[in-house]
Write a protein that binds this ligand. Structure first.
Ligand SMILES: [Fe+2]
Length: 206
């Protein structure tokens, strides 16, 4: 069988899921070391930057936009729900409402760009905690109740599709959290996921 891999056709249509599998293994190592949030965010940022540096691993079905709303596809959830990995897919003009997370999160852009508006509480609801910013392809941002947990995210590419990879310190689709109207009134929500099947990271035959 020697040389088989060198004979394999090179095709961009075959996703390199080994990259995501390695990321999951490395993130498991990070959360195994304890629940120091600052340490998790620092180590996780390096790993996520590495994951999104090459765009050859995300299967097309988890990068598919919906004509009306952004999509949140679960790619992997840790068996103890210590972290989850999600692809967010933004069609033209799509945006989240203002929302919180209640757990740490890392946001990295795989394709296109993400427009991020970060908020903090103010007497009349929320105000920007920083000037709105465009997160470019390859860049990673962080959220958490400790460092700032409320934001609104939208597609940063006019007329195109953007894809970002998010990592959260829980099974994020099952977390009870809130969206907010501009006056600060919370509306409880549990996001769930757009997909019913997950990518198979565990076929190592190729
Ligand atoms: Fe968010």
């Amino acid at each position: 069988m020697a040389g088989l891999s060198s004979l394999a056709p090179v095709s961009s249509s075959v996703p390199n899921l080994g990259r995501l599998r390695q990321f999951v293994a490395d993130m498991s190592d990070v959360v195994d070391q304890g629940d120091d949030e600052a340490a998790i965010l620092a180590a996780g940022k390096v790993l996520l930057e590495r994951l999104i540096a090459v765009d050859d691993w995300l299967p097309n079905e988890y990068a598919r936009p919906h004509p009306e709303r952004y999509q949140q596809y679960l790619l992997h959830c840790d068996s103890r729900e210590r972290f989850s990995v999600v692809s967010f897919v933004w069609g033209a003009g799509q945006a989240t409402p203002i929302h919180d997370h209640t757990v740490w999160g890392l946001v990295g852009v795989l394709r296109g760009a993400e427009y991020v508006e970060s908020y903090r509480r103010a007497p009349s609801g929320f105000e920007y905690s920083a000037p709105p910013a465009v997160l470019q392809r390859g860049e990673v941002d962080a959220v958490s109740p400790r460092i700032g947990d409320v934001h609104r995210v939208s597609n940063g590419v006019e007329g195109g599709v953007s894809v970002s990879i998010h990592v959260y310190g829980a099974n994020i689709g099952a977390v009870r959290r809130a969206t907010y109207v501009p006056d600060g009134t919370p509306k409880p929500f549990i996001s769930g996921y757009a997909n019913t099947h997950l990518p198979n990271l565990w076929d190592r035959s190729k």
